[in-house]
Design a protein around this ligand. Sequence first.
Ligand SMILES: Cc1cc2nc3c(=O)[nH]c(=O)nc-3n(C[C@H](O)[C@H](O)[C@H](O)COP(=O)(O)OP(=O)(O)OC[C@H]3O[C@@H](n4cnc5c(N)ncnc54)[C@H](O)[C@@H]3O)c2cc1C
Length: 664
Amino acid sequence: MPRIGVFVCHCGTNIAATVDCGGVAEAARGFPGVVHATDFTYLCAEAGQRKIQDAIAEHRLNRVVVASCSPRMHEPTFRKAVAQAGLNPYLMEMANIREHCSWVHADRQVATAKATEIIRMVVAKVARNEPLTAKQVGLTKKLLVIGGGIAGIQAALDVANAGHQVTLVERTPTIGGKMAMLDKTFPTLDCSACILTPRMVELSQHPNIELRTYAEVLSVKGFVGNFEVEILQKARKVNHLTCTGCGTCWQKCPEKNVPSEFDVGMGRRTAIYIPFPQAVPNKPVIDTANCRYVRHLAAKERGEKLMECRVCEKLCPTKSIDWEQKDEIIVDRFGAIIVANGYDTFDHSVYGEYGYGKYPDVITGLQLERLMNASGPTKGEVVRPSDGKHPHSVVFLACVGSRDDKVGRPYCSKICCMYTAKHALMLKEHDPNIQTYVFYIDIRAAGRGYEEFVRRVQEEYGSTYIRGRVSWIYPQDGKLMIKGEDTLLGRPVEVEADLVVLATGITAAKGAVDLMQTIGISYDTYGFINEMHPKLRPVETNTDGVYLAGCASGPKDIPDSVSQASAAAVKVCGLFSQDYLTTDPMTSVVDQMKCVGCFLCEEVCPFRAVERETLRGGKVVARINESVCKGCGLCVAACRGEALNLKGFTDQQLLAQVTALLRA
Ligand SMILES: Cc1cc2nc3c(=O)[nH]c(=O)nc-3n(C[C@H](O)[C@H](O)[C@H](O)COP(=O)(O)OP(=O)(O)OC[C@H]3O[C@@H](n4cnc5c(N)ncnc54)[C@H](O)[C@@H]3O)c2cc1C
């Protein structure tokens, strides 16, 4: 016989201001199976939990209903409390009378009546709850980091320094990400390479870290503690075990005209190359799309003639060129994954009025970083791409692809105000006579020393800030004319410039959505990863064991990316501190007698928890991998033969809830 206790929480005035909690408890005393009902100011507080525990002992309760807030936050609190009192934790149910009632109603009488009905339904459900027991599974204490920008590097180092094995997968030939492309970093103006490259080297030499550049994740199976991952190692055509990185090959490669990705098209590279001098690993790859020998082979197959080359192979002192090297698929097991795939900059070509691609002297912020950089294509000289001359007047356009509904990017990219101010300052340091103008919407400089930095750029460095958007850029007499509106003065403005720099916004990294789908984590409409909880679980994803760091979840500066990476690393170390993982027992179960083997459940399951089992007699039916199942219930809803049920949410429990409401 169920002996149910009902506990109604006031949640201060959050519930009590709209719901008569005493009256609701009084009504609950009359519900079937209820032997005790009471109300209390804060049930989640220690005194509240003790009240529940005492009542379990005093009234010999074997079921508990806590009527308070959403279970999302406090279900674990109350499960623990009842377990300490000797009750199976799954014999406790929460009735949400805050989010579902007091917060969304104003009329006290109606809200009180609704709270009473919500509790009536949960009482009917809890009477049919069965004790459930969590299971234990082992785990592989090895981390996979996806993305080798500063966030991925930091996370990998933190976890490796804690003594765990780490594999870092980076899709380009080097780690470093965008930070490696920057010249100096705001607001302290540290040289980006000087603070980043020691970490890159530390990572490559760390005994606990396996570095896989030029590689990508192909598939992820399994669950927290036990992920099975397929990694594609792209063929570099260079044996990195024997190559010493002497540089002969890329110095002698005759194909010197390939646009450099690292210099964002401002410089050129060879077909066999390292992306930049401090690249890690400091060993080259052959870009087969541009290699003369590979192109010669392709032409030969087509029956055409093209000059053979193989200069790199002939000159390599260690005979490390390996034309036979093929793409390879590596399968490995990991206990946790940190996704740090970073960002890309907005494709500003949609702003035809700014003339990018049409006028060579309209460039982006990232391109300016490369021009200012001593290891960049101009060795740090800022010159106009059109004629190689020094610009005397430079106009910056903020919010290109940010805060603009028109281009589907209503969000703020957070870093552009700051990097634009940094650029204006650095140009002045390059040439004190240069004039800089910044067109902006608002200045968003929320960070330590950030506001002061922007003010310094305006007051000390004399940059002219004009509030307003630019409507049109056009060439005139070898210059660029920028037409816009000064919205503070309410009049049109026209500025003449030698160079225009677009502060392009932050978008999800190329291929981000495919990657999220491969891993099975949720993402927003822009392709950034959704956090498990934006405030309280900001580095966790909706899939246990998968964490995030850096710009993978939205625009961030370097300090924020690094903090998140260390936070994710702590979560991983916490996970790896256990020898076994406890799995939630509220999973789906298959009645294999009823299963007809249509596998609709397999199709709808977002966690790949449905497996196939062949019964004696040859019938193939579904089976749920309880370690993988998250209890979302999609398979139960999809099953036409009613062969599936969800523990803790069985058809019988849900029908009892509905019946209780209809009979009220
Ligand atoms: C013009 C400009 C100037 C800036 N200046 C500053 C500054 O002065 N100070 C500051 O604090 N911040 C600055 N930033 C911001 C800074 O670049 C970011 O905060 C930082 O790079 C975020 O690091 P991340 O590791 O999250 O991402 P990223 O640097 O983008 O690194 C992500 C890495 O993941 C890799 N990757 C992507 N997808 C995959 C995949 N599927 N598989 C494997 N690898 C993958 C990428 O190749 C890349 O190496 C600036 C940004 C711009 C655009």
